[in-house]
Design a protein around this ligand. Structure first.
Ligand code: ATP
Length: 491
């Protein structure tokens, strides 16, 4: 698929998400708030289902406990974690059109011909290019261009040559500045520096500081984990691609505490488990991959790290990170709080700071990946249909109850069935329009089963069950519908 088609696919998905009530722009009537989205009636169901699947996957194990820590935390937490100092992105502005760019992604919007032109205008020999620019492969050119943007001597010169990708003006960029991504606010009535608190940029720190509380209360022994789902906030410079990079989002994080000598074994274990989770929930295998971080690109806290990436219409993007965080986090919190966070191992009688293997998934980014992955358009019997082929565990509505016509006792029977089913599942009642159109409406929102009440129902107490993907129809007894759905939805 070329770039234009890929963008069209994304546009169609965003439009369907709005039209059907999955996702709306935040504060839309006021023109929207950049990087913030609202989940509508179907979106909230689907997001809840994703979180529930993750929660069950994690906390129904005997060695993982749940937690729900507060969003506001003591400001020292973020000093200890390194966020006050390091959670920054270099950014620059165009003085002419006021567009803001993240320095490390500026190159993405510039083609290689232009990159070469910009490098030609500066003394590129400083970048170790001796054979001239034409001797470089595309990849090397990319690398050298990135290097020029991070070289303090070269950066003003190259920025002077560059054209703003938005307004086309030359040499209008400010110099890059570090920009902290944490949202600040004040606790209490006085807005001074002593009252500053931050909206958490990740849920993990709430887990680290509660490590001994949870361990003591649950009487867990190493290895064990703590899982948490919650909102996180980042004042991202560039929000883009719908739900992919937003300023307010939800994370599903699990920190697994292990003996230092067992770190590799557990890192490999969780790496495998987490990829399988996406596959079991129906994500296409060829759209998933690992991106292992090379040693020189690891975050300051990590010994080993990988991203689980999904191939979105705009390219591969991280949906979850798995990190061996060593004893960095607990060690830092010990240092900054002056409280011991050591674990006492009864068997070996040793006291030590555990290592942590982290699995950090974005619920909202995962939501987008599931939505994109399940979207398809197909022609059936010369008619086009749009289908969200969502796994039934994630689908917002599990079944639709459809009386064929609004007479002959059909609505009454259908309503009775709907009332019975609604005690167990999210169901939808629809008696408007031709049956074919009603099926299409359900396909478009990913409803796995449609139950049609027709003339035969009053004769033999059966209904038609139509399955979304195969469109195969079968008749089953109305008394068996609930158990049938239980079986199918949980298989
Ligand atoms: P990226 O490089 O894409 O900004 P990251 O490496 O900063 O991501 P982590 O800090 O590892 O991400 O966060 C873990 C997960 O949280 C990510 O895999 C992603 O699913 C989600 N996430 C992070 N930032 C955002 C965001 N701004 N909007 C939506 N989800 C996010």
């Amino acid at each position: 698929m070329n770039q234009k088609n890929q963008n069209e696919v994304l546009e169609k998905i965003v439009s369907l998400a709005k039209r059907k009530g999955f996702v709306f722009q935040s504060s839309e009537i006021y023109g929207g708030l950049n990087g913030c989205w609202d989940y509508g009636p179907l979106g909230v169901e689907m997001l809840k289902n994703i979180k529930e699947e993750w929660w069950k996957f994690m906390t129904y194990r005997p060695d993982v406990e749940g937690l729900d820590a507060s969003i506001l935390m003591h400001p020292k937490v973020w000093k200890a974690s390194g966020h006050v100092e390091n959670f920054t992105d270099p950014m620059l502005d165009c003085k002419s059109c006021k567009s803001r760019y993240r320095m490390d992604t500026l190159g993405e919007s510039i083609n290689s011909k232009k990159k070469k032109k910009y490098l030609e205008a500066i003394d590129f020999s400083k970048l170790g290019i001796n054979g001239g620019l034409n001797s470089l492969s595309d990849e090397e050119l990319e690398e050298k261009f990135e290097a020029a943007l991070t070289d303090t001597e070269l950066v003003p010169l190259i920025l002077n040559e560059m054209v703003c990708p938005n307004c086309g003006n030359k040499g209008t960029f400010t110099l890059p500045r570090q920009f902290n991504l944490m949202f600040k606010t004040f606790i209490g009535p006085v807005e001074d520096s002593g009252a500053v608190v931050y909206l958490r940029p990740e849920t993990a720190q709430g887990i680290f500081v509660n490590f001994l509380n949870v361990q003591g209360a649950s009487r867990q022994k190493l290895p064990f984990g703590i899982a948490q789902i919650g909102k996180a906030f980042r004042n991202e410079i560039n929000t883009k691609y719908f739900l992919f990079r937003t300023r307010e989002f939800e994370q599903m994080e699990m920190q697994f505490f292990v003996k230092p000598s067992a770190d590799k074994e557990w890192y490999d274990y969780w790496k495998g488990e987490r990829l399988e989770w996406y596959k079991k929930l129906g994500m296409r295998t060829d759209k998933l991959r690992y991106h292992d971080h090379p040693a020189d690109k690891l975050a300051h806290y990590a010994k080993e790290a990988t991203d689980i990436e999904y191939e979105f219409p705009f390219g591969w993007g991280e949906i979850e990170g798995i990190h061996n965080r060593t004893d960095f986090d607990l060690g830092r919190h010990e240092q900054f709080s002056s409280k011991s966070l050591k674990y006492f191992d009864e068997e070996s009688k040793e006291k030590f700071v555990p290592y942590i293997i982290e699995t950090s998934a974005g619920a909202s980014r995962g939501f987008m990946a599931f939505l994109v992955d399940s979207y398809r358009e197909e022609v059936v019997n010369n008619e086009q249909r749009v289908v969200l082929g969502l796994n039934s565990r994630i689908a917002p509505v599990k079944a639709a109850v459809l009386p064929l016509v609004n007479k002959d006792g059909m609505p009454e029977t259908a309503q009775k069935l709907e009332e019975d089913l609604r005690t167990a599942f999210k169901v939808f009642y629809d008696d408007k329009g031709a049956i074919g159109r009603r099926y299409r409406r359900m396909d478009e929102i990913g409803t796995p089963y449609c139950l049609t009440i027709d003339t035969q129902t009053s004769e033999d107490n059966t209904v038609t069950v139509r399955e979304r993907d195969s469109m195969v129809q079968e008749r089953i007894s109305i008394d068996k519908v609930k158990i049938y759905l239980f079986d199918k939805l949980n298989s």
